[in-house]
Design a protein. Structure first.
Length: 142
C-alpha cells in the first residue's frame, strides 16, 4: 500500500512540474497582436496557431492527471488500514512474559499491596497475614 502511495505522489509531482513548464511555454494574450504584424511567430515550431492549441490541450491533460492523482491521494489517506499494534503483539504466547498477577507473592507482599490499595494504615491492621507455618504473627501492632 505504501508503494502505491509513493507512486501516486511521484505522478502528482511530475504532472505539477509539467503544468508549470507548459504554462511558461505558452504565449500570453499580448503575443497575438505581435503575430498579426509578422513578428516571426508564424515560423515557430508549431506554426502560427498550432502552438496555442497543442500547448493548451497538453496543459489540460496534465491538469487532469494532477487532479486524479490528488483525489487518489485523498482516498488512500482516508482509507488506510488501522495499525493493530507493535512488534511485540506478533510474538507467540509462550514467549510472552507472565502477568504480575500470576507471579506468586511472598508473605509480606499482600499486606503491603492491601495498604497501598486501601490508602490508609487502619485498613492494613484488619487484613490477616498469610500463615507461613510458624507461630510468629506478622500483623502490625496498633
Amino acid at each position: 500500500m505504501n508503494t502505491v502511495f509513493n507512486i501516486i505522489v511521484i505522478v502528482q509531482v511530475l504532472s505539477a512540474l509539467t503544468i508549470i513548464g507548459l504554462v511558461l511555454l505558452q504565449h500570453g494574450k499580448g503575443a497575438d497582436m505581435g503575430a498579426a504584424f509578422g513578428s516571426g511567430a508564424s515560423g515557430s515550431l508549431f506554426g502560427a496557431t498550432g502552438s496555442s492549441n497543442f500547448l493548451s490541450k497538453s496543459t489540460g491533460l496534465a491538469a487532469a492527471i494532477f487532479f486524479i492523482a490528488t483525489l487518489a491521494l485523498v482516498y488512500l489517506g482516508n482509507h488506510r488500514s488501522a495499525v493493530t499494534g507493535g512488534v511485540m503483539e506478533n510474538l507467540p504466547a509462550a514467549s510472552a512474559p507472565a502477568p504480575a498477577a500470576a507471579i506468586p507473592a511472598t508473605s509480606a507482599e499482600p499486606v503491603a499491596a492491601s495498604v497501598a490499595a486501601s490508602g490508609s494504615a487502619g485498613a492494613a491492621a484488619s487484613v490477616p497475614a498469610p500463615s507461613t507455618g510458624s507461630a510468629q504473627s506478622n500483623q502490625i501492632p496498633k
